[in-house]
Design a protein around this ligand. Structure first.
Ligand code: ZN
Length: 325
């Protein structure tokens, strides 16, 4: 953290702090140490093994540097940016606050429950959280960490996206055009916004052109599923067991059930089950009722689940009717 309280209860920036003084964490009030040296970014740190809710992540150099870069960037654009502003109603402290925009730079793993809690705090007090992931959390080999998945946002013109920050290149990263393929997982394109040449509005209004969605042959997806079952992959076996409960077979659904869809970004192979349950229901209400028996997780805090379920139901209707024609 950059700001700590001195004994006179004044907030002091680590850059201007004088040594031989006592400093305290503004959130948990425990004493903190001033860290400053030739090769260090001046900051305050809790003593090891001190628990603090507001600064729980043990700030890395990357985090401190990113926070500083973003602060200067916003200041240069004349935004009323506040560093580590403490929001007492929420007992939360975003890295940066610009009016009602709470900016959080996430450099290390955080549990989903904690992530959801923090966002609920913001949203219920009319703050819009904006999360940027650091290098450790960047997607690797077509896989997204659950925490990153839960940061996915949606815009009808751009589909799914989330943000990151590249501290070395001093640039905001927009991860967009996210799609999913049954074989490998996620595909995406990243767009770099160097702080030097881009404004906050440029970043926020950015909307990449939609790419043509994936397509594949139904039979190939079915063959892939068969292969997973032969190899006893537990996840696929559980899907098959769920199908059996409904007198269906994962490998024997109507062809349209295996078609590619943008909603696989959210559900992956689970979309097969949503489609299978469509076959079992006469209307939307009954489908929703059946869905309750399927233990899918929904950790997309920024997405409206009800709306997406309506769209998925509509898609099932369209795909199944198309095949029938
Ligand atoms: Zn603290």
């Amino acid at each position: 953290m950059f700001l700590a309280m001195n004994e006179q209860h004044e907030l002091i920036n680590a850059k201007e702090a004088t040594r031989n003084q006592k400093f305290y964490c503004p959130a948990c009030k425990q004493s903190v140490q001033l860290k400053r040296g030739r090769h260090k970014i001046a900051h305050f740190a809790h003593l090891q093994n001190q628990a603090c809710d507001s600064f729980s992540e043990g700030e890395t150099l990357e985090h401190l540097h990113a926070k500083e870069l973003l602060f200067n960037w916003l200041k240069k654009q004349n935004y009323p940016v506040e560093l580590e502003a403490y929001l007492p109603n929420l007992k939360q402290r975003p890295d940066l606050l610009v009016a009602h925009l709470a900016i959080e730079m996430q450099c290390s793993p955080l549990t989903i429950s904690r992530f959801i809690e923090r966002n609920q705090g913001y949203l219920s007090h009319h703050y819009s959280p904006w999360w940027l992931i650091g290098s450790k959390l960047q997607p690797k080999k077509h896989q997204f960490r659950s925490l990153v998945k839960s940061m996915i946002c949606y815009h009808p013109l751009a589909d799914f996206y989330f943000y990151g920050f590249d501290e070395k290149q001093q640039a905001i990263i927009y991860y967009g055009n996210i799609c999913w393929h049954y074989r490998k997982g996620y595909y995406y394109q990243s767009y770099l916004f160097p702080l030097q040449s881009c404004s906050l509005t440029t970043v926020q209004l950015f909307c990449p052109k939609k790419l043509a969605p994936f397509t594949w042959k139904e039979i190939e997806y079915r063959f892939y599923l068969q292969h997973q079952l032969v190899n006893q992959r537990p996840y696929f076996i559980s899907l098959q067991e769920f199908c059996y409960l409904h007198h269906q077979n994962l490998l024997n659904l109507p062809a349209w059930c295996y078609q590619a869809s943008c909603y696989q970004v959210l559900f992956g192979h689970d979309l097969l089950i949503l489609r299978m349950l469509y076959l079992q229901s006469v209307n939307f209400k009954q489908w929703l009722q059946l869905l309750k028996s399927f233990p899918f997780t929904w950790e997309y805090i920024f997405l409206n689940q009800a709306k997406f379920l309506v769209s998925i139901y509509e898609e099932c209707k369209k795909l199944s009717e198309k095949i029938r024609d």
